[in-house]
Design a protein around this ligand. Structure first.
Ligand code: NAP
Length: 283
């Protein structure tokens, strides 16, 4: 029996990055600029930031880094955001999370100009997303929707269940699937009979952070299964989906690693180029 279609985010993201690099090389404008703010020295954040800088270099995006101490005052951080908002060479601003406890990530997200908000967390972009308008949208769910479209997964009238309702993944994922005419249900830790609900889904997206919680009883035969979760365990990085048992039941599935992971940085680059195009219009 043929196995499921493996939705390789790695291959898809490579194609996205190549197209962006080509567009930047072929432009007469200044290169796109991404500014990253990092407060504190969280080791995982440092790794993510250096991966983002490396991706920028490869594409021809100029990245600048503002490192602030963990004890940075709220006003100082907001001042750094304002300076970058006013900087004509900066198209995108990203504030690496988590921030120190005394600083509100929501307040910082709201301080970034919506047209430079490459994370898609500003309330104006959240509103644009739900209203069906153009804007900058969160990288991970945006990348997932684009990848599913690329692999020909049908959305129109499909039943989609998203497990997880965060502002970063679950909620924007719901809006993006709704825009594509899926019938969307958002599940969370208070949902009753989660396996029963999930097993009716044509598209099942797990964004929880509980290793291998999605077993075959959650999966409709032939469904498309997307695993967003990443948990660090003794066995290494593990997704929310029990890949080995689910793969024999579903029609398409993202692997971990090589599935959703590479989409996030590729779509951060894509959002930066989108913001740059917008800023270069008419110049
Ligand atoms: P989060 O903010 O912690 O949200 C987790 C969600 O899962 C919450 O809505 C929570 O429900 C729900 N949940 C928790 N336990 C549950 C259960 N037993 N049954 C049903 N729902 C449950 O996490 P996040 O930021 O959305 O991230 C989710 C996962 O995706 C994490 O593993 C994260 O590392 C990963 N992630 C990966 C990428 C990538 O690039 N691949 C990007 C972003 C995130 P309540 O709202 O009721 O608490």
């Amino acid at each position: 029996m043929a196995g499921p279609l493996i939705l390789s985010g790695k291959d898809f993201a490579a194609g996205v990055r190549n197209a962006l690099a080509e567009e930047i090389r072929g432009s007469n404008h200044r290169p796109p600029g991404l500014a990253v703010i990092m407060a504190g020295d969280d080791p995982a954040s440092s790794v993510y930031v250096s991966m983002k800088e490396k991706a920028c270099r490869k594409l021809g995006i100029v990245s600048t880094m503002r490192r602030l101490p963990a004890g940075v005052r709220r006003e100082e951080l907001l001042e750094a955001v304002r300076e970058l908002n006013d900087d004509d060479e900066v198209d995108g601003i990203l504030c690496q999370l988590p921030l120190p406890d005394h600083i509100s990530a929501d307040e910082v997200a709201s301080a970034v100009l919506p047209d430079k908000d490459v994370d898609g967390f500003h309330p104006v972009n959240v509103g644009r997303l739900w209203r069906g308008e153009e804007g900058l949208f969160p990288c991970t769910p945006f990348g997932i929707a684009e990848m599913l479209e690329h692999y020909g997964v049908p959305f129109n009238g499909a039943r989609a269940v998203i497990v997880g309702r965060s502002n970063i993944v679950g909620k924007p994922m719901a809006a993006l699937l709704l825009r594509r005419h899926a019938t969307v249900t958002l599940a969370h830790s208070h949902t009753r009979d989660l396996p029963g609900l999930c097993s009716g889904a044509d598209i099942l997206i797990a964004a929880v952070g509980r290793p291998r919680m999605i077993t075959p009883d959650y999966v409709k035969p032939g469904a498309t299964v997307v695993d967003v979760g990443i948990s660090r365990t003794d066995e290494g990085l593990v997704g929310d989906v029990d890949f080995d048992s689910v793969k024999d039941r579903c029609g398409a599935i993202t692997p971990v690693p090589g599935g959703v992971g590479p989409l996030t940085i590729a779509y951060l680059m894509s959002n930066t180029v989108k913001a740059w195009r917008h800023h270069m219009k008419g110049r």
